[in-house]
Structure formats: structure tokens, C-alpha cells
Ligand binder design. Structure first.
Ligand SMILES: Cc1cc2nc3c(=O)[nH]c(=O)nc-3n(C[C@H](O)[C@H](O)[C@H](O)COP(=O)(O)O)c2cc1C
Length: 166
């Protein structure tokens, strides 16, 4: 069915549906707060922006409890989840006393938590943040990365998915 909607005020459910047609990977973005506590949340807004210099972006809801930590951090890590890490996507998108409980991490640049066994870990220097509507857009310059040849977890139309080569 072809459905075309045009206007300046959209139904938010419909807007989520249309934007959800664009499949993405799933990341957990991590940093440390002002007192050195680990902070992290699930985010699929991650995208690459520039190769030279290597710059990436992601966006965080202004409602996020992690907002202060990310506004004041000098670095963050994009942990790209693999298929077998699907439970981590749920763990890092729900409220919990300690989201890092049971999660194996290593210390990255600036002692930041880097989640082990991800499809990729991308360590970034925070270079700018900008308020855009109900989110804050963060840009980071890649300082270091590693990746494993693991199947990445995908997210499309509100469901987790796996990539099938065509
Ligand atoms: C697949 C998936 C992708 C998500 N992507 C984002 C995102 O890009 N930005 C965001 O702010 N929240 C995103 N969320 C929601 C946050 O993970 C969720 O609201 C989390 O509880 C925020 O934690 P905080 O309030 O402790 O920061 C996503 C959730 C899921 C399940």
C-alpha cells in the first residue's frame, strides 16, 4: 500500500514507522561521568559522517538520564553490537541500578569502558554537541578502533534483525 502524508504536524507513531523503515546497526555508547562512573545506553542513531578526518555522529534524547555525562565528557566509545550481544541492547535501554552488571569491559583511552567481543569498538574524542529539536547531536573524531569479523546486530521496523547477504 502506498501511503503519502504531507504536513507540518505528523502523527508521532507514523513518524516512527516511516523512520523505522531505515534499517540500522545497534550500538551501546559509553563514557565516564564526572565522578568516574561508567555510563552507557543503547543507540541506533549512530552514523559515519567523514572519512578524512574520521568523524561520526549519534544523537541523544534530551530526556536521557545520561545527558549530563555526555555533555561534559571529552571522549565516548561507540560499541557496535554483534548478533550474540542482543541481550546487551535490552540491558542498556532499560533502567537498572547498574547497566554494566555482568558485562565484560576493558579500559580504553581515558579509562573509558570498552565492551568486549563487540563487532567493533570505535573510540572517539568528543568534538561538538548541538541541540537539534528534542535531541542533542554529538560529533566525535575517531581516535582508535578495533573490529572482529562477527555478524552485526541490526534493527529495522522496530525489530531486531540479522543481515543476510544478497
Ligand atoms: C534499538 C534501540 C535504539 C535506540 N537508540 C537511541 C538513540 O539513538 N538515542 C537515544 O537517545 N535513545 C535511544 N534508545 C533509547 C535508549 O536506549 C533508552 O531510552 C535508555 O533508557 C536511555 O537511557 P538513559 O536515560 O539512562 O540515558 C534506543 C533504544 C533501542 C532499544
Amino acid at each position: 500500500m502506498h501511503l503519502e502524508v504531507c504536513g507540518d504536524k505528523f502523527d508521532s507513531r507514523e513518524l516512527r514507522n516511516v523512520l523505522g523503515c531505515f534499517g540500522t546497526g545497534v550500538t551501546v555508547v559509553t563514557t565516564l561521568d564526572a565522578v568516574g562512573r561508567k555510563v552507557g545506553l543503547t543507540a541506533n542513531s549512530f552514523s559515519s559522517v567523514s572519512l578524512d578526518p574520521p568523524i561520526v555522529l549519534w544523537s541523544l534524547s534530551k530526556q536521557s538520564k545520561s545527558l549530563e555525562a555526555f555533555l561534559h565528557c571529552s571522549r565516548f566509545v561507540i560499541n557496535v553490537l554483534s548478533m550474540d550481544q542482543l541481550p546487551l541492547s535490552n540491558q542498556f535501554s532499560k533502567a537498572a541500578e547498574d547497566r554494566f552488571a555482568g558485562v565484560s569491559t576493558s579500559k580504553g583511552l581515558g579509562e573509558l569502558p570498552v565492551i568486549d567481543d563487540c563487532a567493533a569498538n570505535i573510540e572517539c574524542k568528543a568534538i561538538s554537541s548541538q541541540e537539534v529539536g528534542d535531541h542533542i547531536l554529538f560529533l566525535g573524531q575517531i581516535e582508535r578502533y578495533n573490529y572482529l569479523k562477527k555478524d552485526a546486530l541490526l534493527f529495522c521496523n522496530g525489530n531486531y534483525a540479522k543481515a543476510v547477504q544478497v
